[in-house]
Design a protein around this ligand. Sequence first.
Ligand SMILES: [Zn+2]
Length: 733
Amino acid sequence: MIQFNKSRILYLFLFVLLSGLPIPGAAQSSENSSNTGPALGPWDWGHIRIVRSNDNIEFLNRLHATVNQNGGPIIFPKNRETGQYITDAEEFNQLLTAAREKVARFHAEGMYVIAYTTMALAGESPTYEDRPKPEEISLNEAFNTPGLWETYQEYFGPKPAEGPNKWARHTHDMRYSSYRFRHPNAPRTGGRFEMFGCHDNPSYVQYFKGVIKLIAAGGHDGAYIDWTKVHGGTCYCEHSKKAFRKYLQDKVPADYLRERYGLSDVSQVEPPIDNTMALWREWLQFRSWSLTDYQRQIREEARKINPNFLLSGNINGGAYGNMAYRNGDDMELMGTVEDFFYSEIQSGLRSVPRTENGTKISNSGPLKFLAAAAKQKPVWMYCIQPSHPKPIPNEKALFNLIKLNIGEAFANHNTFSVVRERFGDPISPFVHNGAEQIYAFFKENEPNLIGAKLSANVGIFCSLNQFYSDEFSYFNPASRVLSDNGIAHVMTVERDFTVEELNKYEVIVLPYVPLMSDFQIDELKKFVQNGGGLVVMGLSSLKDEYGRRRGNLGLSEILGFDLQNTPITMTQKEIGSGRVVFIPFNVLPIGKGDTRRSPLPNDQMMYGQGKFPERIKDAFETLPKAVEWAANDRLSAKMSAPYTVEFTTMEQKEKNLQLIHLVNYNMNLDGEVTPARRVRIRFRVPKGKEVSKLTFGSPLTDTAEISYKTKGQYIEIKIPSFEVYGLATVYFK
Ligand SMILES: [Zn+2]
């Protein structure tokens, strides 16, 4: 959401629009642009190195950029000299042509160009202290200018029933959510603000379809849409209420509504305002569904102009279960619609990866979750420079810190957005030089990175469904302790929970998953009966998928005990060649009542620093041992190293190889790195494969073959000492 961009200021002042023009850019633009230079690379994680500069192509090339985030829609522009709205088709077309020409300059260098746009509606109140009003939204002026909207109906359609003063989201007690962005170094003055359009309002959606068409017509390869969230405590406008009733009618089984809430007619229901009220779960799910469906609609609209148009919303910050709960940001759902994820996981200094006073600060858990939720499409982890807007005490530290940020992201199938040339003020050259060095290494390895996917035979089951029923599931903390203990693992999301998916794993971890369907329980039983390992934390499977309590644990048969006899110490049970471990788990309490924020725990301390509240500490200490026992000596990879080193494994099927990413977090805020030494990996050679060679390289050392020892199904690798990031590649015959 933090954006500062000259072109945006230009739009505000350009505000809007145009007439029944043909869309010259449309069909032609993508062809034109792809013909103007080297082909753009594949739209794949392994190809993506995002750098942002408005026009400094030399800078972008120096940093090995393949993606530039730049520009945006030209909405109801004004002539800069006269200050009058442009209503002349020719004059507007010149603006579009200029936009396409600008994009073409980047295409000629082999770069994708992704536009910035936002669900926010800019406005201005008299002073910084005033509470913004929807009548102050700037777009009202364009909307109310006679004939202007009609001039641009090629994009925006006929003038909608409601104007911008009716578009903003509000709470049940009529408060409008708003935001006043000020550059970190700028004074907190002036009345500029943003409010947020409600995607349940058909007039706003119609307008936004025009916005996205303007971006596509401007030649951009795609767009990142900021502020895609249902702000805490919203939206209770009449459109949202109506859409909620329709959702209940169309998407929620009538039997269930009758049985659970005694509801047989949903046509008059009012949405709940907190989690003590009926339909709370359905209300939260509706918000997520509706926000995702909105993105589906606008992507479809853009693709009428450019069939390859790429779209992402902003899935916001770190506590991802909570984001689904509070803000309608359900990454599992969004992963089915978006072409990439844009994540603001780095919120200031607390999540800058490093080691401080012996504590490793890591984001690898949520990054793995995002990769899984995105179906391993690209994920952009957003940060301007490490620590922004809080200044890093020692600027020189940025050289190594940016490498650690980028290395951490890549190791977990994410990429790093945005290394900028400037953010108001110029960004430190230490950031650019560090990025240049590590991006050069990823460029060199690009042929092996493209198409590679996170892969390991321990899977942590991630379910956002828990959160909608006021249950917190601990997939990120579970990932943290497995990483700390050198156990290769991946995340798998509920959406992908199929027999085929299960077959990829030797061990499945249920990190407290109380809501489970009969299907899921049956499949897990079969999984164990067929020799799989299952690690169950707490009273997983106590409820059905709607959150209704079962009489007994759904998994009681394979656990070997009933709910009434739940053990208070870890239990292990063998079923044929399958293994089941139960870890007692004393969950953190969930609040009731005021849910404008979130009553759920924030797990950042747990996954970010490995610090666990007393009541769940023992359970997480037990987890790595439990996973190893359940794996029965079949882990796909195990690392022995200082706990400040993490690793991940990826499979690249077409190239018949596996990647082993190594990240050394042992760096302080002065940028001093303690190199990683004595790192050993025991790597299980997949059935039917034979290793042909093994290489290792890093941004500081050339890639070269290294030796390994073969022991049965395993090879043992001694990783050479490295600084921030290293990459081992296992080639098969
Ligand atoms: Zn609304």
